[in-house]
Design a protein around this ligand. Sequence first.
Ligand SMILES: *Cc1c(COP(=O)(O)O)cnc(C)c1O
Ligand SMILES: [Zn+2]
Length: 388
Amino acid sequence: MVYSILKCPVCNSEYDINRNNYLCDKCGNILDVIQKGLDNFELSDYAGVWKYKNLVHPGIEDKYIITRREGNTNLYKNFKISDYSGIKNIFLKHEGENPTGSFKDRGMTVAVSEAMRLGFKKTLCASTGNTSAAAASYSSFAGIDSYVLIPEGKISKNKLFQAVSYGANIVNINGDFDTAMADLRETLKKRNDFYVLNSLNPWRIEGQKTIIFEIMEKLEPDFISFPAGNLGNTSAFGKALMELKAMGKIKKIPELIAIQAEGASPFYDYINNRRDNIIPVKARTVASAIQIGNPVNFKKAKRSIDFTHGIVEKVSDDEIIDAKKIIDRSGIGCEPASAASLAGVKKLRENNIIDKNDAVVSILTGNILKDLDMNLSYNAMNINDILF
Ligand SMILES: *Cc1c(COP(=O)(O)O)cnc(C)c1O
Ligand SMILES: [Zn+2]
């Protein structure tokens, strides 16, 4: 029998999953979901995220599961991407193909299902955009109310449009994402009728592990790269690889490459300068999805980098925009933050940290339609550009 408990990654205290507070009572750190008795890798009849129910939320009854068939996204190979990165075997895994257009759906299906299991009627999240779109969609689909804290003027209009259209209650925050996150944590101290959907909810992390399960079923990559903001994916990917390794399902462990934007790179600093603690920064980047200066999941994320002997790199906004143009013009397309995963790999290839014969998977976290203002601003041409 496989079943889940909550466990503190720092002081190892264990808790029952029927509690709704995801912070350790003893030391205040963010808890993990731990699947106990996980030695058989049984797949279910679902497609996508819930195919891995046994590794994600083994105990939940089907009647609580809120799914929009998220996951099961495609891997693309294209000569323009290979030429640009200098890596022959580079694959792009497109999380923009999820129902609301980003990987956030993978975590959201599990977290909103858990909200249903626990009997909540209201959800709450702070968001740079995609979390709010996914939270709104899945909450409405389940028939419960969503409240989203939005840093006013700092998220893409397209993402806000999704949250509003799916029926979220929008709460404008005067500040940036980090202010919204701090406000959310204050709210949770005072109210217990909201179910939190940010990635400090460890069930989100469980859902996001399935990106790795899908990749490892098809390929044996040397590296897996992805943009890193609040570090939910960084945490999830390492945890997935630790579990696959423990079950004897993989021999070689791919190195994780977390890419930050230069103007929002506290995790880069924390890892590469071997600091004891994360030093929050005022985040500034065109890639609004990773414009985060005080990431909540940094301890779990460090565990992932340590376990995989991974790398944390940073890239400039110009490098992100440059990579995005190539991805868009290869016909694949993605949102700005996603392009950091290719920009970072290109940089690591140029510095000979990745070899041209290595196999690399870069994760495109969001859809090309997620940030139209930005696409239009750099693609606008003057009539003189075509009158030659
Ligand atoms: C949320 C998000 C990220 C950042 O992911 P983390 O898990 O918070 O590091 C990157 N790209 C896109 C498109 C996102 O929506
Ligand atoms: Zn603890």
